[in-house]
Design a protein around this ligand. Structure first.
Ligand code: ADP
Ligand code: CA
Ligand code: CA
Length: 410
């Protein structure tokens, strides 16, 4: 039986979906995470503790493990584990993204440099340090602009500023966010580095796909029908198939493929975000991972294949290029956090579940949990899923279900 090494950060929601896919495929799974598991003694060939924060060490740990239990593929489930995964795969001589490509994908400034040098359309950008005089930086940039840390994800710390005065306020806020000790540790040498970009107006899409031998294959384009104009950029609705014209879709796919080549990504999953306006598609980012949270449930392929199953088969070298997404329209709403506070009660879940075309409503936040919207926070209250004949109906069902939910926040 082939064996795959799954890199699972402790915060991931994806373990179950990957383990189910592996069971269905008769593939052995090794779940690697940072926390030593209490089950470790009993299942040494199924559980592995890896120091994701120290890639060189994690690489050695994985190598030692693979000497006893040979590994056929390494799969990172999120962005933070993508670089470690590339490094481990390199050590084990498995086909995977090169480490450099994974590093570029994780660093928003490096990504901008590489893409602009290759002629991929990206916003104008300026790097600065949070230790610089922000008034001097403010005078260098054009407005409106978007300020962001180079190393975080989930729109954390991403803020729009329309003039120099707002810029100063936004930079102070970003400074507070990255000064949180946990965040600073995660950022390491990059924690004080920031990026400011020109704000690109337009319609946003997310693109999910697979890369094989450096060639990109689109699995799905999701429309993001809620306007993402700032000042903060919380994700909400994703709907596929896209309602854009096939010509625009083709250009989105071409641009994503060009970005992937420029970044040197060669094998694995990608999740890209682009904005489209009269100047064509602009790359916001290309992450070397698959869609996050529970959102992968919105994707289903021929014969009921899950995204996780497709990812495992692809990682093991199988040709999955003929497997297509189902014909139905599908979508997910990442339920946004209306305001900061303590979550006391969630009402209306049963009613929301009965909305026609709604498949499921899953609340992932816990009662008594402190919840925080972006730019400080980086989570959602939960997820709503819908499938229907058309993307319009999916979007309407998601909105209706959401309108029936009530969150009591103190
Ligand atoms: P993260 O890695 O945290 O998701 P992104 O760079 O993808 O950060 O930014 C998050 C969101 O902010 C994007 O999906 C987009 O809606 C918005 N955004 C980021 N940069 C720009 C930009 N230059 N112009 C317009 N919107 C942007
Ligand atoms: Ca990102
Ligand atoms: Ca993003």
């Amino acid at each position: 039986m082939p064996r795959v090494l799954l890199l699972l950060p402790t915060t991931t929601y994806r373990t179950k979906a990957f383990v189910e896919a592996a069971l269905k495929l008769d593939v052995d799974v090794v779940a690697a995470s940072e926390q030593p598991s209490t089950l470790l003694d009993k299942n040494p060939e199924e559980l592995l503790t890896l120091d994701f924060g120290e890639p060189a060490r994690a690489r050695r740990q994985a190598q030692e493990f693979a000497e006893r239990f040979p590994v056929d593929a390494v799969i990172p489930v999120d962005e933070d584990t993508a670089v470690v995964a590339a490094s481990i795969a390199e050590a084990l001589k498995l086909k995977h993204n090169p480490v450099d490509g994974a590093i570029i994908a994780k660093n928003k400034h490096r990504m901008r440099e590489v893409l602009s040098q290759s002629g991929v359309q990206v916003p104008r950008f300026w790097r600065f340090s949070l230790d610089e005089d922000s008034r001097e930086v403010a005078a260098r940039v054009t407005y409106p602009c978007v300020v962001k840390p180079v190393f975080l994800s989930t729109s954390r710390g991403v803020m729009r500023a329309d003039n120099e005065e707002e810029f100063a306020g936004v930079v102070r806020r970003l400074d507070r966010i990255v000064s949180n000790p946990k965040v600073a540790r995660r950022g390491g040498v990059l924690a004080r580095e920031a990026l400011v970009e020109e704000f690109i107006p337009g319609f946003e899409v997310a693109v999910e796909g697979l890369v094989t031998g450096g060639e990109f294959r689109m699995l799905a384009i999701f429309d993001k029908p809620d306007p993402l104009d700032g000042p903060f950029f919380e994700e909400t609705i994703y709907v596929t198939p896209s309602r854009l014209s096939s010509d625009v879709e083709r250009r989105i796919i071409e641009t994503t493929g060009a970005a992937i080549r420029a970044m040197g990504l060669t094998k694995g999953t990608v999740h890209a975000e682009l904005r489209v306006n009269e100047h064509g598609p602009w790359v916001i980012e290309v992450a070397a991972r698959s869609i996050g949270g529970l959102c992968s449930r919105a994707l289903r392929f021929d014969g009921g294949i899950s995204l996780e199953e497709l990812i495992i088969r692809h990682a093991l070298g199988e040709d999955v290029s003929n497997i297509e997404r189902e014909a139905q329209a599908s979508g997910v709403m990442m339920i946004p956090i209306p305001r900061a506070g303590i979550l006391r009660e969630v009402l209306g879940v049963d009613a929301a579940k009965t909305v026609p075309d709604v498949e499921d409503v899953i609340i992932t936040a816990h009662v008594t949990q402190e919840i925080l919207p972006p730019p400080e926070g980086a989570s959602y209250l939960g997820f709503i899923f819908s499938r229907a004949d058309t993307p319009d109906r999916v979007e309407a069902a998601l909105r209706e279900a959401h309108s029936l939910l009530e969150f009591i926040i103190e």
